[in-house]
Design a protein around this ligand. Sequence first.
Ligand code: AVJ
Length: 320
Amino acid sequence: MGAEPLEIHLDDQDIVRSLGHDVRVGLTAEAKWLPPRWFYDARGSELFDEITRLPEYYPTRAERAVLAERATEIADLSGAKTLIELGSGSSEKTRLLLDAFTRRGDLGTFVPLDVSIDALRASTARLAADYPGLRVRGIVGDFTRHLDRLPTGGRRLVAFLGGTIGNLLPDERAEFLARMRAALEPGDWLLVGTDLVKDPAVLVPAYDDAAGVTAEFNRNVLRVLNRELGADFDPEAFAHVARWDPDREWIEMRLRAERPMRVRVIDLDVDFAAGEELRTEVSAKFRPEGIAAELAAAGFRAERFWADPDGRFGVSLARA
Ligand code: AVJ
């Protein structure tokens, strides 16, 4: 059947407009910040793939262990005909689900949605080649903005893996889950992966690896700003910071200006004091009871929760 042409809801103009908006809001704020979605250009998506193979970065392996064990159960319980994956990236772990659905002879369509057109092009081509008979409909879009563009009809399972839901702030997360629920019909399912609260001695190195790949990934957002908005950041003048916030139970990635700087972005002069930090990502860690409560508050029925044997990462299956 092969991959269909990508459906593009985020074109270059959109990207520049919405990146410009985020820069105006985030870089003029008292405490500077940028949303993490801008990491994922072609290079950023590659760096993230590299992160998933680092010894310190356990979430990908832990989630894969859960999916390997539960994929058949997920396919049986949901009986889905369409698998939609939000923030799909390379869709590597999703193959475990595709294999289980294929064994049932059930799945008709796979719909990966991602902000990175390059990552999607590569993954849809590979998947179409490896799963003959599967209809692959890639959507270039942002899961916080384009939930209304998901295909309707048939029983759907929406997979939101990797712990990416943790990149949303608590109020954004509640809004996202409510909108997700509204986009689904009774009988549809949501599968969501969440990294779990654990010892900061394990958490922090996962976001500050010895090889410095995460530091490069973090600085990549400045390269994106330079390219897309003609900014003049010197990425090397920013140090990578990963910090555990024990009250909010999240990891923050920051970029710390190593000297005073004035950076030109669009029509803004952005001043950094020496040592000033720019927050580039929040990655929330969860407790099982908290996840269940958030799903219920959004109108989902949490049916299953599985963690890997070391209790590092959880996967929840909920019914709309
Ligand atoms: C893919 C968003 C889940 O938050 O762990 C990896 C991204 N950031 N290392 C995460 C990330 C730094 C990752 N998510």
